[in-house]
Structures are given as C-alpha cells and as structure tokens.
Design a protein around this ligand. Structure first.
Ligand code: NAP
Length: 263
C-alpha cells in the first residue's frame, strides 16, 4: 500500500520505536495522527513534524474508543504502544496483570475492531501490530509479555485471513532487542546472552516494508535470533534448555529491575 498521502494512526509514538516509525512515515509523506499517554512527551518526540495528537491511555477502554473516534477514518493503523510486562508472574498484582493484558493485547484488538470497517468499506487499508520475537519464543521472566505477544501474533494472522480480499492487509512486525531507545535500551542493561541488537530505525524500515509489500510477518533482528526464534517455536522445551545455559550473565535480572516501575 502507498504511504504518501495516507492517514496513519500510530500509538506509542513518543516511545523509542514509535518515534522512529513516526519520522520514517513523515519522510514518506504520510498524514500522521500520533497517540501516547503523556502529552508533553508526545510533543517533544514529534518536534519538527506536522502531526495531529490524541492523548489516550490504552489501559482505559473508554479512551481506546475515544482515540478511534477522534482519529476518524484512517488508512493505516500502527498499534505500537505497549508495556514491558516483564518479570515473574508471581510478583504481579491482579491489577498489574489486567493492565498488561489490556494495554498489550486488548487495546490493539479493539482498535482493529473500531478502525477496520471503514478501511474495508474503502477497499484500502493496512494494519501493523508491533509484536516481538517474544511472540515466537518464550523466555524466563517474560510469561505475561509472552502471553500478549504470542496472542498478538495469533490475532494478526487470523485477522489477516478474515480480511483477505477486502483490500486491507494485516502485518505483525516483531523486533528482537532494540538498542539506543525504547523499553529495553532504557534499562541500560546489556542484552542477555550478548545477542546482537537492531536500531529503532531498522524497526521503522521493517514496518514500512510490511505496509508497502503487504507482508504477513516481518521479524527485525539479526539472522541468528530470527533463526533461533523459529526453531524455538518448533521445539520450545529445547529452547528453554538452551536459554537456561545461555542466560546466566544476570542481564535478564537487570532488565526486569529496570522495567519494574512501568507495570
Ligand atoms: N524495545 C525493544 O527492545 C522491543 C523489542 C521487541 C518489541 N518491542 C515492542 O515495540 C513496541 C514499542 O516499544 P518501545 O521499545 O518503543 O517502548 P517504549 O519506549 O517504552 O514506548 C512505549 C510506548 O507505549 C506507550 N504506552 C505504554 N503504556 C501506555 C498506555 N497505558 N496508554 C497509552 N500508551 C502507552 C508509551 O507512552 P507513554 O510513554 O506516554 O506512557 C510509549 O509511547 C512495543 O509494542 C514493544 O513491545 C520493543
């Protein structure tokens, strides 16, 4: 689908990856509607860009509906906003569990439910759900994040089939560990097992590719991580054994500690 001249709603626009996606879309001539929870952070992340802003909390069902309503008819939805949802499930309160599931999975599904009908009627549109390789490989201290990202991947592929023939494509874009900015980089921790990272700009490029070429799934990660996650999807018990051996450097614990405030 052509991006120039299309109206795009992007959530999580003030985050590390969202900011890179917004700038890449603006460079291609998209009309941007950006959303996030914090108005000031959104303003500063979008400085220099001409955008319309809608502040909304994806944890609140009414806010998600208002966001869709205020955005109006959009050609492209990029559901990118999410919480890290890291750490042991047994450390989570019921309210924190609900928030993780709502922000990372329910809000994306609802935005699709609310925005896809107009796209389908127009016979033209695209939806990108920003998932993670954690939607293909489970890992320690990530069961909630895994639940939401596996769920998002399943939803993306199922919804894509439902919309087949309508002119509306659905993609899931799945980054590995992202350096420089975003929920992993903000912890200051090294990647577990010293795996290689990608930049936010590479994720933005993958997102653009998904839209322009109507790709069902785009993994944005070094080759070894892409291959590893595919094998892990086939052999999860083997993957768990490998991870137990590889993840002894304390990096995982540092990531969880750095994301704890954001549950
Ligand atoms: N960074 C990585 O290594 C990595 C790897 C794989 C996948 N991903 C995925 O990439 C996407 C973007 O992540 P990121 O690294 O850019 O994270 P980030 O820098 O933490 O940004 C997250 C964004 O989501 C928004 N958000 C969080 N809770 C929200 C809520 N309740 N309501 C509305 N907005 C909310 C944040 O807005 P506020 O700041 O205003 O709260 C922020 O704009 C996520 O889906 C993430 O799971 C990231």
């Amino acid at each position: 689908m052509k991006i120039a001249g299309s109206t795009v709603l992007l959530t999580g626009a003030n985050g590390g990856i969202g900011r890179a996606i917004a700038h890449a879309l603006a460079a291609r001539g998209a009309d941007l509607i950006v959303s996030g929870r914090r108005a000031e952070a959104l303003r500063s992340a979008m400085s220099g860009l001409s955008v319309r802003t809608v502040v909304a909390d994806l944890a609140e069902a009414a806010d998600v509906e208002r966001l869709a309503e205020e955005a109006g008819n959009v050609d492209i939805l990029i559901a990118n906003g999410a919480l890290p949802a890291s750490g042991a499930l047994l450390d989570y309160t019921p309210e924190q569990i609900d928030r993780s599931l709502t922000v990372n999975l329910r809000s994306q599904i609802m935005l699709c439910r609310l925005l896809a009908p107009a796209m389908s009627e127009a016979g033209r549109g695209h939806i990108v759900l920003v998932g993670s390789l954690s939607g293909k490989t489970a890992s320690p201290a990530a069961s909630l994040y895994n639940a939401t990202k596996f769920g998002l991947r399943g939803f993306a592929h199922g919804f894509r089939q439902d919309l087949h023939g309508t002119g509306v494509g659905v993609s899931v874009v799945q980054p590995g560990f992202v350096r420089d900015a975003g929920m992993f980089a903000a912890t200051g921790a090294a990647p577990p097992g010293k795996v290689r990272t990608v930049s936010p700009e590479q994720v933005a490029t993958g997102t653009i590719r998904a839209i322009e070429h109507d790709r069902a799934e785009v993994d944005v990660a070094p080759a070894e991580l892409r291959l590893g996650s595919s094998i892990a999807g086939l052999f999860p018990a083997l993957a768990a054994r490998v991870q137990r051996l590889a993840l002894k450097d304390g990096a995982l614990e540092r990531i969880v500690a750095g994301q704890r405030h954001n549950r």
